[in-house]
Structure formats: C-alpha cells, structure tokens
Design a protein around this ligand. Structure first.
Ligand SMILES: Nc1ncnc2c1ncn2[C@@H]1O[C@H](COP(=O)(O)OP(=O)(O)OP(=O)(O)O)[C@@H](O)[C@H]1O
Length: 557
C-alpha cells in the first residue's frame, strides 16, 4: 500500500510538499523566504477534484473551524526550505506558470468512498484488502467518472490498472452504480461495453485477473480474455455463451476475432490502451487501426457522455495509460479523444495545454517521441540503482554474487538474446541457483507455468527479455538485473519498474562491460537518477567511485 506520506503531497509551482506539512508551516507562519501559492484561474488550469465536485476529508473537517488555513485562497505562504523539488516533468504545461493544483488536497483521499464509486464496488475492494487509493487513483477515478477522455501517466507500480478499471466497473458489469433501467427492470446489457488492450498476453491476463478479483468469482464471466497463443474458437464460444461486458486482450487476437464477425464492439463505451506507447509501435499498427476504427463507432451508441460528440470521433471514452508518455501519445490522444485530460499522480490538466519539452524531429513524424524526457518520473522514488563493471564472460557470475550480496529472493534478470539467456539459466542452475527462462519462443502454457513457479518462490532468478519488461506485477520482486543494456531510457524504466512496486524497496543493478559505461552515464542523465558504480566484495555490495568520478575528484584537489 502507498505510504500516507506519498499520497498526501501537494504540487506547488512544480514542487511538492506533504499536505500536513503545508498546514503546519502555514500555521506557524514560518516564512524565511516565501513561495506564493496562487489560485489557478484560467481555462487551462488543472482540473481538480474540487472542481469535479469532490471535497477532501481535510476540507470537510476544516469547515466552520476558526483560523483554518484557507488553501483555496489566492495567497498562502510556505517556507521555501520546506518545499521539496520534483524532477522535471516529461511534458510541461503551457498554461500560466503560476497556477498550481492547490486543490489537490483531495488527492490525499483516505478511502475509495470519497471518489464517487458505488458501495457494491467499495465492499468488494475492502474484502480484497484495497482500502486506500493511490495518488493516481485519487486523481483518475473522479475524472473518468465525469466521462473525460484521459491519458494516465504515473510511475511503474503506482496502481494505474485500478485507476482505470474502477470507474469502468462502476458503470459496467454486475457491480455497476445503476443496476436497473428506467423502468425499474434489471439492466442486463448483453453488449460488450469495455475493450481493454494490452501489448502482451501476460499483461492482458494479469488485467483479467485484476478484474476478476474485484468482481468476485461468481461474476467472473463478465470479463473475457482474448489473447493470442490460446485457443481462438474457445474464446469465440465464450463470447457467444457468456456475453461478457468487458473484453481484455492483445491487439492481434482482438482484431482477428472482430474481423471474423465474432466480436461486436461498436456499442462499447470504453476503450483502454494499456502501455499505450508500446501499442503505438509499428508492430501493432494494423491491428490497432482496426480496433480504433471499430470500438464505440456505432452511430447513436448508448453512451452517457454529456457533451455533444464531434463528427468523425467515436462514441466512446478513450483512456491511454503508461508510465512513459512520449509526445506521440499526447498527439494520438488529441486526435482520438474529445478534449482529453492528462492525469498524473498529483495533477489533472487539459491535454491541449501540454507541449513537448524538447524539439520534435519533424523529419520522422512517427518517431516524434522524446525518450529521454518521456522516461523521467516513470520510476518509483523508492528504487536504488547501481551499475557494476565486469568482463562479458563474468556477467552471470556477477549476477550470482549480486543476488547473494543483496540476499534477493525474487530476481528478474533481463537479457536481449534468447540463446544467451538460455546459457545464463544453465550456468546459474549449474551453480546451485534456481533459475528459469521466460521469452516469446515458449508456448503460453510454459510461460504461465514459469511465472507461477517464480511467484511462489520455486524459481529465484527469472531470466527473461523485453517480453517481461512492461506491466508484469510481482509484488515481491526485490531485484532487477540488466545483464544486457536496455535499448534506451524508456526500456530501462519499464525493466527497472518490475521491482519497488507500490512503494516497496527495490534495487536495480546494471551489469556492463567497461566500454558500455558511457551508456549507463547517458541513462543516468536522461532519467535524472544516480546510478553509481558498485562491486561485490565478501558478500556485500560496495559502492565504488568509477574512473570518471575519480578523475573529476583528482581535478578538484
Ligand atoms: N489502492 C491500492 N491498495 C493496495 N494495493 C493496490 C492498490 N492499487 C493497486 N494495488 C496493487 O499494486 C500493484 C501494482 O499496481 P499496477 O500493476 O496497477 O501498477 P501500474 O502503475 O500499472 O504499474 P506498471 O506501470 O508497471 O504497469 C498491483 O499488485 C495492485 O493490485
């Protein structure tokens, strides 16, 4: 669960301060050098929960109290020394610089019931142990419930899946808010109402499990997985028999079944693209085109959208989700959605006010992404990063020593080449460390068996490739090792994000050769994080100074 301190911060001029501390410093009038907090007032200002009709617990508690700190006022001052800097955003708002999400106090929501979800859903959440919404959930749920198209961006493991699932489940399926129609009859829609697309089978199946967990076993037929590698006719039969309201799948299988006329999504109200930046890649282009053209495209579809629909746009609510949001995603959201919002952990702003924070390469329109910027703020702050230099032939040994030094129990090691990956598993096993391979050449059954073994602790080191970099949620994973370098900072971020989930501790170690160190330096810069050099000595991880640091120190002295 997200620690309270993380879920109660305010963003002030791009800087953050825990809500309780803001109150504290303001009360004490502790103003060494002050920061003005101005109430945002223009059209491009952040959408806040208050503006959406929600009030924070704090606001409600403060009602009627004398001398309360009026946060929504135009001039509150806090000590600058108490304001902690937040890293540059991947994308910046072009709205007035002085505006801030001061009303983001409600983002420190203490319970799901504050967010406008139906009781049936809240009961289920509680029985599954979900009591406190994460920041991104507090920001996204009310926004989506107001029928806004959204781009959701927040760091890996911060709970983005429930951020979009809960508002959908409050409108669709057995736990929805209005289970009866206008005539008081049970509203048992038989159409597909939500389509959720993910780039890999594992991720799609993980999302299905999350939906099933919330709906409960008795309602599991309300969701159907449509993933490649599984029996297609069985999936088609389940669609016909169970009439699910939600489908979750991979682009290829969804568009295949849709093209065969066995999946009717024209009346769907919701389209979610999870790991959207990956779904925008060339590999998925044709399938994604079909999905975007069909989902929610029925004229006069039954939606509860309040605003009039622009001609040529679909009758659906579109949600694009990822920890890494390059500007290509912002552009896509603008062209597919209607006045979409960018939802981050502490702010909700209109997408039209978002600009790229660097130059776009206009000669390559499809690659107009800003990898270095898109990856900033995609990593949980709780992660520790190191790199370790070794010879190519000693990399697996370095991995083994790293696992022992950190006493890591659930380790994911990334490699780029399947043959070398198999060799690494062989070497680890030969040295008595339980390891298993996971890659695309394995069948669906073998992949899920391996995942099960990893999750239940039978396998200590999962050696895998980019297949497992996105979305995979193994809460216990305490160490990620890059045995081969990732291709760029976005890939680094998604790999690294397999550990340190939901505020837990996690370590990322990149094992590289001397000639590769410059890449680590580059990653460090692009991600805005330190990745110091380390060695494993006598069963311990020791941070060392690398040559560059030693040189700069020598120059200083
Ligand atoms: N409010 C909550 N309370 C407790 N656990 C939660 C809450 N929300 C989500 N979780 C759990 O946190 C874990 C991470 O969530 P999730 O996979 O949605 O993260 P994510 O932001 O989508 O990560 P990634 O970017 O890597 O895909 C999951 O196991 C999920 O069940």
């Amino acid at each position: 669960m997200m620690p309270a301190s993380m879920s109660s911060r305010l963003l002030i001029f791009g800087e953050s301060l825990p809500f309780h501390r803001l109150l504290h410093v303001s009360r004490k009038a502790w103003f060494h050098s002050s920061v003005s907090i101005l109430h945002q007032a223009d059209n491009h200002g952040p959408l806040t929960l208050a503006s959406l009709g929600f009030r924070s617990i704090q606001e409600r508690k403060d009602e009627g109290k004398p001398n309360k700190v009026k946060l929504l006022n135009s001039h509150t001052e806090v000590s600058k020394s108490k304001v902690k800097a937040v890293k540059n955003s991947a994308i910046k708002s072009t709205g007035r610089k002085k505006q801030l999400d001061i009303e983001s106090a409600p983002f420190a929501a203490q319970s799901f019931s504050e967010l406008g979800l139906p009781d049936s859903l809240i009961d289920r959440l509680e029985s599954e142990g979900f009591r406190t919404p994460t920041d991104v959930q507090s920001a996204a749920i009310p926004t989506i419930l107001k029928n806004q198209d959204v781009v959701i961006q927040s760091y890996t493991g911060s709970g983005k899946t429930l951020a979009y699932l809960l508002p959908i489940l409050s409108e669709v399926g057995p736990l929805k808010k209005k289970p009866f129609d206008r005539d008081g009859e049970p509203d048992e829609k038989t159409d597909i109402e939500a389509v959720i697309v993910a780039p890999s089978r594992e991720l799609a199946m993980q999302i299905v499990r999350e939906v099933e967990k919330i709906l409960g076993h008795e309602n599991r037929k309300a969701v159907q997985q449509l993933v490649g590698g599984a029996n297609r006719s069985r999936q088609e039969e389940a669609l016909r028999k169970n009439r699910p309201s939600i489908v979750v799948g991979t682009p290829g299988r969804i568009s295949e079944i849709s093209a065969a006329g066995k999946l009717h999504t024209h009346g769907a109200r919701y389209l979610v693209l999870d790991e959207v930046d990956e779904l925008l890649s060339f590999n998925f282009r044709e399938d994604m085109h079909r999905i975007l053209e069909h989902v929610g495209r029925r004229s006069g579809a039954d939606t509860n959208r309040k605003k009039s629909l622009l001609s040529g746009k679909a009758n659906r609510q579109t949600m694009l989700v990822s920890a890494t949001v390059p500007f290509s995603v912002i552009r896509a959201a603008r062209s597919w959605g209607q006045d979409p919002f960018l939802v981050q952990a502490k702010k909700v702003i209109p997408l039209e006010s978002v600009q790229p924070s660097g130059p776009i390469n206009l000669s390559k329109p499809m690659s107009g992404t800003l990898p270095s910027h898109a990856a900033v703020e995609s990593l949980p702050p709780s992660l520790k990063h190191y790199h370790c230099v070794t010879k190519l032939q000693h990399k697996v040994d370095a991995l083994r020593r790293c696992v022992h030094a950190l006493d890591a129990k659930y380790v994911i090691a990334f490699m780029n080449n399947t043959k070398q990956l198999k060799d690494a598993v062989f070497k680890l096993e030969a040295r008595g460390m339980s390891a298993a391979e996971l890659h695309g050449d394995l069948g669906k059954l073998a992949r899920s068996t391996t995942m099960k073994k990893f999750k239940n602790g039978e396998v200590r080191v999962l050696v895998t490739n980019e297949l497992s970099a996105r979305g995979l949620d193994v809460a216990e994973c305490d160490l990620v090792v890059n045995l081969d370098l990732p291709t760029d900072s976005i890939h680094y971020a998604h790999r690294a994000g397999r550990t340190g989930r939901l505020g837990r501790k996690g370590t990322v170690v990149t094992v590289c050769e001397g000639r590769e160190v410059f890449v680590v330096k580059k990653l460090q810069k692009q991600l805005g994080i330190p990745i110091p050099a380390c060695e494993f000595v006598e069963g311990k991880l020791i941070v060392t100074k690398d040559d560059e640091d030693k040189n700069s120190q020598a120059l200083e002295t």
